[in-house]
Write a protein that binds this ligand. Structure first.
Ligand SMILES: [Zn+2]
Length: 481
């Protein structure tokens, strides 16, 4: 018996997660994420789909590990290309994907409109016309169709995938990855003539003691492991002291009359920060200043967080049972309209604004940065991973000048980061997470990491566990048994 693995996305890079498996004539896709990075390269990769078009007709099922766009964001593209099969994932992930994929489609549509308008303006001043108008990668209707094709799977519930039988094809079981609300590791059993091979796809591995969500489940025993390696060469600060650090930053910036601009992923990071700021306010550890969540997407996602209490950890469950709303209090405002968002530009008192996108690639955060990046009283607070070539990465690397809306701007504001909230396991946490499955493993495939991180983690796994480790490139195929 044999399983063919085809690594198509998040291969030697962190975005565009997508892995194609084939066994006994059945084909499935694990994740179907959006590639993020340089505009043109991203456009090129994303329009060429999550897997080669020749393999699309044979695809019988897709499985989604979690809602982050770099894992889910090209599912609408798959639908646009004609995929009509089921997409298996947790009920929470389905509820999160609904606003997230529609938001992503909205961004795609907006980008395309912008490019077409620019081309039209150039044509009017005599530039040669382009062949065809640009088309969005996908539309809101495609995103809606993804939700229709999603099938809820509860944690630890073995599920036979469409088109498979017990003896031929694929079944899965999902476990808690502890990375974001609803996130999972996917345990796959591939069968041929009744013989089974076990493969574990880590999705994104989380960490112990993260706010709001429960700790990751131990890794189940498997023959092969496809594991993420985002922070394969880094060790995080423990999440504990983040509260004090945040309090210190807020006090310092407030006392010099500045504002804190937080590019925050609309999902998880925003809710974590809101909960922390709520605690700090209640405990009077920070001054009373207005706090804004300026992201319609984050507001919608917060509603999903409020609803899915079954995914809450003990701390937040305890708060909820005392009648406290962890995601709301007097000084916190969720802005809805563009006018409310713009009004923040004219606010001349210290305040905190959290806005998306988390890597500063699109969305309202760009307006806040444009208005605040040149004022040395302000703080730009980076709270999550910043992929190569994104504006967020340039800020983290403290480049003296950055382009915002095509305009060069000097970075005079203070830039700081809190890595403690990271939802990704670091090197030692990844090694500890995989430990329970090491005894049965025959090979490890590292994905979802930049080359330096992958190389470091590969060496550590070889050294600690004596396992064979491969870092596949995009398009690489392997046959395992
Ligand atoms: Zn993720």
């Amino acid at each position: 018996m044999a399983i063919r693995l085809h690594f198509w996305g998040a291969a030697r890079t962190v975005t565009g997660s997508s892995h194609h498996l084939e066994c006994a004539g059945r084909q499935i896709l694990l994740d179907c994420g959006l590639f993020q990075g340089r505009r043109q390269e991203a456009q090129e990769i994303n329009t060429h789909l999550a897997l080669p078009p020749a393999e699309l007709p044979g695809l019988s099922a897709a499985v989604l590990s979690h809602a982050h766009i770099d894992h889910s964001g090209n599912l609408p593209g798959l639908i646009k290309q004609g995929y009509r099969g089921p997409i298996y994932t947790t009920p929470t992930t389905i509820d999160l994907c609904d606003p997230m994929l529609k938001d992503s489609a909205h961004i795609q549509e907006g980008d395309t409109e912008f490019m077409n308008r620019r081309r039209e303006r150039r044509r009017m001043i005599g530039a040669p016309p382009g062949a065809q108008p640009f088309e969005p990668l996908y539309t809101q209707e495609d995103a809606e169709q993804v939700i229709q094709q999603m099938r809820p799977v509860n944690l630890h519930e073995p599920t036979l995938l469409a088109g498979s039988t017990r003896d031929e094809g694929f079944s899965i079981s999902l476990s808690n990855a502890g990375h974001m609300l609803g996130s999972t590791c996917v345990f796959v059993e591939a069968a041929e003539h009744g013989q089974k091979t076990r493969l574990l796809f880590s999705g994104d591995v989380g960490r112990k003691d993260l706010l709001i969500i429960k700790d990751p489940d131990p890794a189940p025993a498997a023959d092969y492991l496809i594991m993420e390696s985002t922070y394969g060469n880094r060790l995080h600060q423990p999440p504990g002291p983040v509260k004090q650090k945040l309090a210190g930053l807020v006090k310092r910036v407030a006392s010099r009359g500045g504002r804190i601009i937080v590019p925050a992923f609309a999902v998880e990071r925003t809710q974590q920060l809101v909960m922390l700021l709520h605690q700090l306010t209640d405990e009077k550890l920070i001054p009373q200043l207005p706090i804004y969540v300026d992201s319609p997407l984050a507001s919608k996602v917060t509603e999903v967080f409020r609803r899915h209490t079954e995914d809450w950890d003990a701390e937040i469950t305890n708060l909820g049972s005392q009648g406290v709303d962890p995601f709301g209090w007097q000084q916190l405002h969720y802005t809805r309209t563009v006018q409310e968002s713009k009004a923040l530009n004219d606010l001349h008192v210290p305040f905190i604004v959290m806005s998306a996108s988390g890597m500063c690639e699109a969305g309202r955060i760009l307006h806040h940065l444009k208005n605040g990046v040149e004022d040395p009283r302000n703080l730009i607070l980076i709270t999550g991973y910043q992929a190569a070539n994104t504006l967020g990465r340039k800020l983290v690397e403290r480049m003296p000048e950055v382009n915002i809306f095509g305009e060069p701007m000097r970075v005079r504001a203070e830039v700081d980061s809190i890595g403690e909230l990271s939802g990704h396991a670091d090197q030692s946490e990844l090694l500890a997470w995989m430990e329970p499955t090491v005894k049965t493993l025959k090979k490890v495939f590292l994905v979802h990491g930049e080359p330096l991180a992958q190389q470091a983690l590969k060496e550590e796994i070889e050294r600690h566990y004596g396992l064979e480790v491969v870092c596949p490139a995009r398009g690489d195929r392997f046959e395992v048994a």
